[in-house]
Design a protein around this ligand. Structure first.
Ligand code: C2E
Ligand code: CA
Ligand code: CA
Ligand code: CA
Length: 278
């Protein structure tokens, strides 16, 4: 037992050193990344499961690091949150996405809905709503087409979320709860907030259609969304059988590699259809 403990400790300290090194690389790099324009926004299509039409786009951040290569947001967003850079980065993502969305609209292309991820920490900053208001005014992107994706963890503070969401809704912006099913929010809390959409986390979708637990969970979430009058999107759809199962539940929207990977703005533009002014 002692040996295992000692190995465990050594392993742990080695890992800690690794993590500290990585954190320093990321933290120092993040400061430069903004100035040197190393960030990119990709856009992943969402599809109406009934007719396969494009129903929305999710803006996803990428960091092209000069020496470390492409770094996943799953790695650097938590660091940006901890060192207080998330507000600045998040604001840049939203401005970039809204500018791009408005540019597509001006070109006569259809942008059904544009979703931007917002971290809880960012949303809780005191001037968050003012910043969204300013970006909408500055870019001219229609508020009704902007959706903000926030994780369930925000629901922990219901009073605060209610005030915040109410102000965002007053702007015309829509609100989606991301990664739904992975947090511990109670369903009754969900009911008391003005939420437009629930996104089923991809871990449940990926276990479809074989895993019984995931099948039941997806079924429950789709029914829940239905009865609360919320839209529902299943993320991470990779196979036809996953898609078919979700369609059989009458889940209305899907996102995942089966439809498209996240794309650069120029690549995506080739997939947008002209407005139909009927
Ligand atoms: P998310 O919001 O849940 O975004 C969906 C993630 O799933 C994206 O990963 C997307 O590329 C990936 N994905 C889409 N379809 C599939 C599929 O069929 N299979 C699999 N395995 N994955 C799929 P990505 O782009 O690496 O982003 C990871 C996370 O980083 C996001 O998860 C989101 O939480 C966060 N993130 C990304 N961009 C931003 C941002 O601008 N701001 C903030 N605060 N967070 C962001
Ligand atoms: Ca998301
Ligand atoms: Ca998600
Ligand atoms: Ca996720």
């Amino acid at each position: 037992a002692k040996r295992r403990g000692r190995n465990g400790y050594l392993f742990y300290s080695h890992r800690m050193a690794e993590q500290m090194r990585e954190r320093m690389v990321l933290e120092q790099g993040l400061l430069k990344a903004m100035e040197q324009q190393q960030f990119r926004v990709l856009y992943q299509p969402m599809a109406d499961l009934a007719n396969n039409r494009l129903s929305g786009l999710e803006a996803l951040l990428r960091w092209q690091h000069p020496s470390e290569g492409m770094i996943s947001p799953a790695r650097f967003i938590p660091v940006a949150e901890q060192c207080g850079l998330i507000e600045q980065i998040g604001e840049w993502v939203m401005r970039t996405a809204c500018q791009q969305g408005q540019r597509w609209l001006a070109q006569g292309l259809t942008v059904p809905r544009l979703s931007v991820n917002v971290s809880v920490r960012e949303m809780q900053s005191p001037d968050y709503v003012e910043r969204v208001t300013a970006i909408l005014a500055e870019t001219g992107f229609p508020a009704e087409r902007l959706e903000i994706e926030v994780t369930e963890s925000i629901i922990q503070s219901v009073d605060q979320s209610l005030r915040l969401f109410t102000r965002l809704k007053a702007l015309g912006v829509q609100i989606a709860i991301d990664d739904f099913g992975t947090g511990f929010s109670s369903l009754s809390l969900l009911k008391s907030l003005p939420i437009d959409r629930i996104k089923i986390d991809r871990t449940f979708v990926q276990a479809l259609p074989d895993d019984k637990h995931s099948r039941e969970l997806c079924r429950t979430i789709v029914h829940l969304a239905d009865s609360l009058g919320m839209a529902v999107t299943a993320e991470g759809i990779e196979t036809q059988s996953q898609r078919q199962f979700l369609q059989s539940l009458r889940c209305e929207e899907g996102q995942g590699y089966l439809f498209s990977h996240p794309l650069s703005k120029s690549h995506l533009a080739t997939k947008l259809t002209p407005h139909c002014s009927a």
